[in-house]
Design a protein around this ligand. Structure first.
Ligand code: ADP
Length: 347
């Protein structure tokens, strides 16, 4: 589901824009420096040792660059890339063509790998470990199993919820990379680089204005830039100045703290309906008429990071910062530092 549709347009527009603006090589990737450095070492080693890259698992909220890293790596290695996703692999047979088409050293990227059924997970295990798969031919007493040897490929998995992968599956990935939200500086750089790609003039101040209001997420920075570019073309002389950026985002309902309509609705529901909590995410989702996953994968990670909410053993709670943001009086005891049962990855 695209966030604030007014800014992002349709999901298809968003996908096309992502593809057009996606970095192609590691040196073009901005931010996530530690992750990029470790991947560069893995790439160098794979080249020198003439071995396929180890299987890699990326996790983190949507739009932070999991697909970007997965597409950059085969470019670096000069190998081919196949892309599929957990929900598209409903049975082992769906996976088979990807495995048999894999070339030596090529990359198979599975997005939303936590949504892959257990049967497919079990089928892929020997492929990851020994580069072979067991296929059952026929049925009943006539059934026989043949073992098929595969080329040595690299599996890259991406997930917004590493906690939902089984332990053995997680262990089969030799590298685990967690992507964090981006700093405003890095997002401003991404915005300036992408404005150039879109042949749009943007001032440094405007790039910071957009970056500050992009929820720490490059995909959102790209949609803010896209919207500001259209706004500048229609309402100004085509250049994105700080004033143009501000007016564009105000009009799109992105507030000065960078939160969008969905974020504010979440906080309004938590504070106005549930008196600031604690309440379960399912109750919030039901009241907002949204899937629970949308809240826990897309909305909450940023609100948690910015400390508008906390997750306590008894449920979600709004912090004084959230009451202040919405201008609501806080006539209840502020949440204390109760131990948090779940960490960001384990939802
Ligand atoms: P995810 O797979 O985590 O949902 P993507 O890799 O699709 O996120 O990232 C969305 C878009 O954000 C990309 O198309 C790209 O334009 C931009 N992007 C993401 N990470 C970076 C980065 N590190 N440097 C520059 N642009 C980035």
């Amino acid at each position: 589901m695209p966030r604030d549709p007014m800014v992002t347009g349709s999901a298809l527009d968003e996908r096309q824009r992502d593809a057009a603006l996606r970095p192609r090589f590691l040196r073009e990737v901005i931010g996530q420096r530690e992750v990029a450095r470790r991947l560069q070492i893995a790439v160098n080693a794979a080249r020198k040792l003439r071995e396929p890259l180890a299987h890699i698992l990326f996790d983190g909220p949507p739009g932070l660059g999991k697909t970007t890293f997965a597409t950059v790596l085969p470019n670096e290695l000069g190998t081919s890339l196949q892309i599929t996703s957990g929900p598209a692999l409903s049975k082992p047979a769906d996976l088979l063509p990807f495995l048999t088409n894999a070339e030596e050293g090529s990359v198979l990227f599975i997005d939303e790998i936590h949504r892959m059924p257990r049967a497919v997970e079990e089928f892929i295990s020997p492929a990851m470990e020994d580069f072979r798969v067991d296929i059952v031919l026929g049925e009943g007493v006539n059934a026989r199993t043949i073992s098929l040897t595969l080329k040595r490929f690299t599996l890259i998995g991406a997930t917004t919820r590493s906690g939902m992968l089984s332990g053995p599956m997680r262990d089969r990935f030799k590298m685990h990379e967690h992507l964090e939200f981006y700093s405003v500086e890095d997002l401003a750089t991404i915005i300036r680089v992408n404005a150039k790609k879109l042949q749009t003039e943007i001032t440094e101040e405007a790039s910071y204005e957009l970056a500050q209001r992009s929820r720490g997420t490059p995909r959102i920075a790209n949609s803010r830039l896209w919207w500001a570019r259209n706004f500048a073309a229609s309402e100004a002389d085509g250049r994105i100045t700080a004033d143009v950026a501000r007016a564009a985002l105000d009009m799109a309902g992105v507030d000065r703290a960078g939160l969008d309509k969905q974020d504010r609705r979440y906080l309004e529901t938590l504070i106005d309906v549930f008196e600031g909590g604690p309440t379960g995410v399912e109750a919030l989702a039901a009241t907002m008429n949204l899937p629970t996953d949308t809240l826990s994968d897309e909305v909450e990670p940023y609100l948690l990071r910015e400390q508008y909410i906390i997750r306590s053993p008894r449920g979600r709670m709004a912090t004084p910062r959230a009451f202040e943001l919405l201008g609501r009086p806080q006539n209840r005891k502020p949440p204390t530092s109760e131990p948090t049962l779940f960490d960001a990855g384990e939802r």
